[in-house]
Ligand binder design. Structure first.
Ligand code: ITT
Length: 201
């Protein structure tokens, strides 16, 4: 069975591939296999709506079952911002560094103890027929640091700390992050669904 990962974010691709590695799947990506297919601009309604939209667009345009991820960071002191705008928080096309720098600046007067945040992830799947869309969700709670730490992961990982461990996500191994993360949680459910499809095939 083939699936197409409808994302251009390499950090997401690495994490998704690692968690699905033990399934009997051929995993294609937009970057390697459909470089000219551009995902449509994202909406502002919800992670779920965006994830299903990206998966549906990719499946219909390629004829292959597609899996997409829409995710982001919700900061309590900012009433949920940057949320679904996480990728374009500093500007459209912002680098991870630019987004992290902007968030630390916006939060500079927020004291420790009031810097709670959560990552959310929705993994959407779609078939070329347009039928049988699914959405799988995950959440990870933590706090925003006052400076970046660590070299691993991607995105906001260097400024997102898991209080119980004292580490940012960027200070963890890929496996440690996948075991607790919003994406890891959503991917476990995706994996059960893919196993059902593989058994039916
Ligand atoms: P695609 O739409 O091509 O999948 P994208 O990077 O634009 O890629 P999103 O619109 O879902 O993806 O934006 C999610 C942003 O949220 C992403 O750019 C990161 O900055 C951040 N993010 C999501 N998951 C994260 C994680 O596990 N660790 C750190 N940052 C994360």
């Amino acid at each position: 069975m083939k699936i197409l990962l409808a994302t251009t974010n390499k950090g997401k691709i690495n994490e998704i591939k690692e968690l699905l590695a033990d399934l009997d799947l051929e995993i294609l990506t937009l970057i390697d296999d459909f470089p000219s297919l551009k995902l449509p601009e994202e909406g502002v309604l919800s992670f779920r709506f965006n994830a299903l939209g990206k998966a549906g667009f990719a499946a219909i345009n390629t004829g292959i079952m597609a899996v997409a991820d829409d995710s982001g960071l919700e900061v309590e002191a900012l009433v949920g911002q940057p949320g679904i705008r996480s990728a374009r928080y500093a500007r459209v096309g912002a680098t991870d560094d630019e987004n992290n720098t902007k968030l630390l600046k916006v939060l500079k007067d927020i004291p420790e103890g009031q810097r709670r945040a959560r990552f959310r992830c929705v993994i959407g799947t779609a078939q070329p027929s347009g039928r049988d869309e699914r959405g799988f969700e995950g959440t990870l709670y933590g706090t925003i640091t006052t400076a970046p730490r660590g070299e691993g992961g991607f995105g906001y990982d260097p400024i997102f700390e898991i209080p119980e461990t004292g580490k940012t996500l960027a200070e963890m191994t890929a496996q440690e992050k996948n075991e607790i993360s919003h994406r890891g949680e959503a991917l476990l459910e995706l994996k059960e669904y893919l196993k059902e499809l593989l058994n039916e095939a």
